[in-house]
Design a protein around this ligand. Structure first.
Ligand code: NAG
Length: 312
């Protein structure tokens, strides 16, 4: 093991997205814009689901859960970029770096699991429509969402334990815009290549592939059942009830696959950062947009609320 230039780390320096000064203002403005639209869109969804009793169904409750996740995860990842541009402070303490990693990872896992629960909800709605309100009753929904939240907060603990074992780092400059697993692993001076491979494989299998299978299996039954519907209108109506969810899920897994398929070497980190920014910032912004653009219930509820506002 190399002991020459190891450092005991008490704080990290977050390098940010680009070191080019000319790009910094542009990126800052972009990030602020994305963050504000994420807040605006998701808060709107939350308010609509709370206020409008037409939207008091399992699907929209889960959607509200998703909005909370989107707001929290973009706050966790983006607050440092925005803050450090304003204050110029790029330091974060060792503890808050690990906390950021932990919370961000938990939220990402929850997002995948809530989308899995939504997929099951769509399955019941389309394949067992007559028993929908019996199967997806209040208790089941609350149980499902609590399980999703709890599992994801437990799932990430081994990774946190692993990272906190490293006491020695080659440098304390994180070449990323927040404390994520791979950038931290790359900095550690222990022999990490097998560890990296193992943890990534396990992460891929446990945290992404399992929810992926559980999310898309119901769609096999959903599509089979949609194809069995005789009338064109009925078929379109059935597809329509799950199209927003399917769009969100496909978008999310497509970006995940792209991220995992890129080589995870240190020199590709540079280009990875912009991509990762898309993943962590743009996806939470797009979720409420997809639901409000594609979904007539959300649209009509929004229109009603806006009309109310005008009369006030
Ligand atoms: C999250 O989902 C559960 C179960 O559907 C629901 O009871 C709860 O109200 C949701 N949370 C929010 C903030 O809507």
């Amino acid at each position: 093991m190399e002991h020459a230039n190891q450092t005991m780390v008490t704080f990290f320096i977050i390098k940010g997205i680009s070191s080019l000064p000319s790009l910094q203002v542009l990126i800052f403005l972009l990030v602020v814009l994305i963050y504000l639209s994420t807040l605006g869109g998701n808060v709107t969804i939350l308010l609509l689901v709370c206020l409008d009793h037409h939207l008091h169904t399992p699907m929209y409750y889960f959607l509200a859960n998703l909005s909370i996740l989107d707001i929290s995860s973009s706050t966790v990842t983006l607050h440092k970029i925005i803050g450090s541009f304003i204050t110029g402070e790029k330091k974060v303490s060792y503890a808050s770096c690990l906390i950021q990693f932990y919370i961000f990872s938990c939220l990402s896992c929850s997002e995948l699991l809530i989308l899995t629960a939504m997929s099951y909800d769509r399955y019941v709605a389309i394949c067992k429509p007559l028993r929908y309100s019996v199967i997806m009753n209040c208790k089941v929904c609350v149980l499902l969402s609590v399980v999703c939240w709890v599992i994801s907060f437990i799932e990430v603990v081994p990774y946190l334990a692993l990272l906190s074992k490293f006491s020695c780092y080659k440098s304390n400059v994180i070449n990323h815009f927040f404390c994520d697993f791979v950038p931290l692993l790359n900095l550690s001076c222990s022999e990490t290549s097998t560890l990296k491979l193992l943890s990534l494989l396990e992460g891929l299998l446990l945290l992404s592939f399992t929810p992926f299978l559980l999310t898309f299996t119901p769609y096999v039954f959903i599509i089979a059942s949609i194809l069995r519907i005789q009338s064109n209108i009925g078929r379109r109506k059935a597809f329509y009830t799950c199209s927003s969810h399917l769009t969100v899920v496909v978008l999310l897994y497509a970006t995940l696959v792209c991220q995992y398929l890129r080589p995870i070497t240190a020199d590709s980190l540079e280009s990875n950062k912009l991509f990762s920014l898309f993943n962590t910032a743009a996806v939470p912004m797009l979720n409420p947009l997809i639901y409000s653009l594609k979904n007539r219930d959300v649209q009509s509820s929004l229109r009603k609320r806006l009309k109310h506002l005008k009369y006030w």
